[in-house]
Design a protein around this ligand. Sequence first.
Ligand code: TK8
Length: 335
Amino acid sequence: MFRKLLLATGIAAALLAPVAASAQDVKTRIIRFGYGLSESSNQGRAVKYFAEELSKRSGGKLKVKGFGDASLGSDIQMQNALIGGAQEMMVGSTATLVGIVKDFGVYDLPFLFNNEKEADAVLDGPFGEKLLKSLNDKGLVGLVYWENGFRNLTNSKRPITKLEDMGGIKLRVMQNPVYIDMFNRFGANAVPLAFSELFTAMETGTVDGQENPVTTIQSSKFYEVQKYLTISRHVYSPWIMLASKRWYDGLSADEKKILNEAAVASRDFERKDSREASAQSIAYLKEKGMQINELSPAELERMREMVKPAFDKYAADGGADVLKDLQGAIAASRK
Ligand code: TK8
């Protein structure tokens, strides 16, 4: 009886003991990880952090090779490379996923989230998780959300202090119908374009303006070609870390576990780092000569009113359920 008990506890202990790194089923692998921003951006820093975490957790076997500045292609090109299995991982905007899973466009409706805390709760909760899972039968694995951030307007024409100031401005938007619809409603001339082509488009005057979080306006040096910055915070924009499903399915259980845990660690690092960087960006951009203004609460209210029909249009185009779910999740996050 006693021996049986000893044996049983022995087995239980062996099952519970953490598997030694050497005993894990981990192969040496090179992971090509593409992203759109520069190596020195918040995105680049977090890719580097992820690479270090993965290396640490795999005894140096899982090696990330980061490719910044869209050197492996735009967000959309990389998504396709992942689906085909020609590239292992990437991070990019959720907005550019709409060609693969239409529901991702719901995050792009304006003025949904009030703050980062709400965004974290919704993205990391059942709602965000469900959207990640919806990528599985499209050849992608959605691992975690990082923060891109609240988006603001820049342009080279004039300060935007009221809605009418947007009139006729050729504004680059992400390749996503929600953005095109929103900015056309605001009176701008929305031009969908890959991020990788944006700087040149502004430099040559193909477009007058764009919208992105202040961290990106800083790290992509948009202040060199844009004079005016309007703090509008019109959309909270997530980034999404993706893996090729074809590749991921070939990983061992241990490798998947290490990858998933390193992804979560990188998410936590990235959000903290981006928020700290964001707090410094406005002063930096001012120093670089940008003229910066905020929108009055009254003007923001006019914008909200003006884009209300965009919500109805989104719902009518098949997005009613996902919109309702998201609004429910945001309401719950406020309790
Ligand atoms: C970077 C993009 C960028 C996004 C955009 O590849 O396209 O404006 O905000 O972060 O995903």
